[in-house]
Ligand binder design. Structure first.
Ligand code: HEC
Ligand code: HEC
Ligand code: HEC
Ligand code: HEC
Ligand code: HEC
Ligand code: HEC
Ligand code: HEC
Ligand code: HEC
Length: 440
């Protein structure tokens, strides 16, 4: 009851202070009963001081029966008043999140609520931070993107400045940045001192000066094109081929176009170096530039080391396909295909999937986020275990295959060594000759 009184008082006060239009007041009045929580949150935010519900939901719905006429905002709606943030966002990686998700071949095995706006229960729940095509969002919730860090209906700046705002998505299996950061020295200072600015949080390094265009040098997949180091480049080509981005001859494929369109990798040295330089500048606000460079180069080195192992695993699995021990599923264009994720049938390929998505990621992501535990025990160590498992299993499969081939060959020889028609004919001939000779 108290709450309602408070709302009513605010409503009356707002009538006196801001001569907002009657429609906005109608929404608030009725929704104070229909969805009181939403009204309360909205009134606690700064935007409500100047605007009403209709800036995002339109004014087509205004009675209890026509609520289906209410529209849902998209980032374009916010752009009308926040073009600076929108344009930065459109230049960064978050904008491409939906496009990148939809390009994944593995999506065909994933249930609709996990990959569409129909409930956004999986991939789509996080990737809805990206811009979504109009036809996909028709009549569905979830296509508003900007509410990913400024949750509705408060739409607060200070909430989005907290590292916890990144937690719902940057956690877990293949990108545990929150866990890595929060248990690093940087994160522990934040945990012990609070948000004092002495140690960096996600936003310090990735959204300096409030810029909404997040982008890193290496990106999620830690791929860059080209590479001066010859051995490293050979390993990367193997990985790019298993991703289907390069074909057998090393030529770019259709998937390479997706990489380009979704800004998945930095495709020139300058582009990569530009992002790296920005990061060095951020770290150097607290550390010496030399210290920082050595830190980042050591993390780059971890990518190189992890690439060597992943490439080795890929080659082993590929040999199984090349020698006909594994059979390429009909609907795949090539094998092994890392982008099928866990929709693979053998334990060697399950290990390969974990190596690619979990262990390699942690080995380098942990290195960049100053977390030795993730980098070593959850990254490098299981990556090596996985290679041993793949080698062992592939060895068994090859041995079994060889044995089968040998048996087949022996079988063939045995078939050849059993007396054939000619031998029988010859024996008959001799017997007949002896018989004839005797009769004479
Ligand atoms: C007379 C009461 C009343 C008024 C006035 C009213 N609404 Fe509603 N509104 C409702 C009811 C009832 C629902 C359905 C709630 C539910 O499903 O639980 C609703 C639902 C909504 C929804 C959710 C739609 C959906 O698809 O889930 C939005 C958004 C909304 N109203 C916005 C507004 C805005 C903006 C205004 C003012 C322009 C407004 N409402 C005015 C009663 C009202
Ligand atoms: C019709 C114009 C308009 C639209 C549309 C609009 N905003 Fe705002 N917004 C404002 C104004 C004006 C302020 C400044 C309020 C203030 O500083 O007191 C603001 C402030 C904000 C803030 C800062 C709040 C704070 O804590 O200081 C955020 C975050 C925000 N808007 C997000 C959004 C998002 C997300 C959308 C789209 C879903 C959106 N806005 C749509 C006008 C708009
Ligand atoms: C918990 C939230 C979450 C879920 C669930 C999720 N993702 Fe992601 N995804 C992310 C985040 C965060 C990143 C960026 C990670 C990074 O850069 O380290 C990402 C990155 C990606 C990328 C790389 C984009 C690029 O340009 O580098 C692709 C592709 C992708 N996800 C597809 C999927 C698919 C397909 C699914 C479902 C099978 C899925 N994701 C499930 C949060 C999620
Ligand atoms: C700055 C933009 C903005 C304003 C202003 C705004 N909303 Fe919303 N509202 C959203 C967004 C974003 C969603 C999520 C839509 C989606 O899922 O696509 C939403 C969803 C809703 C929903 C349905 C989802 C739910 O959580 O139940 C209701 C009901 C609603 N708003 C009511 C209101 C009311 C009432 C007001 C005014 C007091 C209001 N909104 C003002 C942005 C806004
Ligand atoms: C001290 C600065 C710093 C902080 C704090 C920080 N990061 Fe990073 N982050 C980096 C660096 C450095 C890289 C690697 C950049 C490159 O590619 O050269 C990186 C990379 C990333 C990537 C790309 C994939 C990867 O992990 O390499 C994502 C996504 C990311 N960070 C998210 C976050 C999130 C979310 C937080 C907070 C939980 C966070 N970061 C905290 C410095 C930081
Ligand atoms: C990845 C999280 C994230 C997303 C997504 C996001 N924001 Fe923000 N937003 C922030 C952070 C962090 C700040 C505080 C920036 C600062 O330090 O000045 C902020 C600040 C703002 C402000 C207040 C600016 C000011 O200085 O008063 C507005 C307005 C805003 N964002 C609008 C948007 C709009 C519009 C979108 C969608 C295009 C959006 N945001 C998406 C994290 C986000
Ligand atoms: C709603 C989920 C969600 C939230 C919340 C979120 N992100 Fe992301 N983030 C993603 C997804 C998905 C991607 C991958 C998009 C792509 O690459 O196509 C991503 C990509 C990134 C990248 C780019 C990595 C690269 O490939 O270069 C950085 C950096 C990043 N996020 C930082 C942040 C920070 C900092 C916050 C909090 C202020 C945050 N994100 C909040 C989902 C989220
Ligand atoms: C806002 C200031 C700030 C920024 C920005 C910052 N750091 Fe730090 N960093 C600290 C503080 C404070 C410590 C704790 C000092 C200590 O370790 O005794 C620390 C510690 C470290 C450590 C030491 C960990 C250990 O075990 O001794 C490394 C490595 C490090 N930072 C690397 C980086 C890198 C790389 C960047 C940029 C990607 C960065 N820092 C950005 C403040 C910062």
């Amino acid at each position: 009851m108290l709450e309602k009184k408070w709302l009513l008082a605010f409503f009356v006060a707002s009538l006196l202070i801001f001569p907002a239009n009657a429609l906005a007041q109608e929404c608030i009045e009725c929704h104070s009963t229909v969805t009181p929580g939403i009204v309360k949150q909205w009134l606690s935010g700064n935007m409500s001081k100047q605007y009403g519900c209709e800036i995002c939901h339109g004014s087509a719905h205004s009675t209890a029966d026509d609520w289906e006429e209410a529209t849902s905002p998209s980032p374009e709606t916010c752009k009308a008043c926040h073009s600076k943030q929108y344009n930065q966002y459109a230049d960064g990686k978050h904008y491409y999140a939906w496009i990148a998700m939809e390009a994944m071949p593995a999506l065909q095995h994933i249930p609709s609520p996990q990959k569409s706006l129909e409930g956004f229960k999986g991939c789509s729940g996080c990737h809805r931070i990206g811009v979504i095509a109009d036809e996909e969002k028709e009549g569905k919730y979830g296509a508003s993107a900007c509410d990913s860090c400024h949750t509705r209906h408060k739409f607060s700046k200070s909430e989005a400045e907290k590292p916890e705002a990144c937690l719902p998505c940057h956690q877990g299996f293949d990108h545990p940045q929150y866990e890595m950061w929060s248990t690093s020295k940087h994160g522990v200072i934040y945990r012990t001192e609070g948000d004092t600015g002495r140690a960096p949080k996600c936003q310090t390094c990735h959204m300096p000066d409030g810029t909404h265009g997040v982008m890193t040098a290496w990106g999620f997949l830690a791929l860059r094109v080209p590479e001066d180091d010859q051995k490293w480049w050979e390993d990367r080509v193997t990985i790019l081929q298993a991703l289907g981005v390069l074909d057998e001859k090393g030529e770019p494929t259709e998937r390479f176009d997706v990489v380009k369109a979704g800004k998945v990798a930095r495709l020139s040295e300058e582009e990569w170096q530009d992002e790296r330089d920005k990061m060095i500048k951020r770290c150097s606000e607290c550390h010496s530039e030399n210290f920082v460079k050595e830190q980042l180069e050591a993390a780059d080195q971890m990518i190189k080391e992890a690439d060597a192992i992943l490439a080795d695993e890929i080659r082993t699995v590929k040999r199984l396909y090349d020698e006909g021990i594994l059979e390429k599923p009909e609907e795949w264009d090539f094998a092994p295909d890392l982008l099928q994720f866990y929709a693979v049938n053998t334990s060697v390929e399950q290990e390969l999937y974990l190596s690619f998505m979990e262990y390699r990621m942690r080995a380098f992501q942990g290195a960049f986020h100053i977390n030795p535990d993730y980098s070593h025990w959850y990254g490098w160590a299981p990556l090596n275990s996985a290679r041993a498992k793949i080698n062992y299993e592939a060895g068994l499969m090859m041995a079994a295959h060889e044995e089968k081939t040998q048996q087949a060959e022996v079988g063939l020889q045995e078939e050849k060594s059993t007396p054939g028609f000619e031998v029988i004919l010859a024996v008959c001939g001799i017997v007949a000759a002896v018989y004839l000779f005797r009769r004479k």
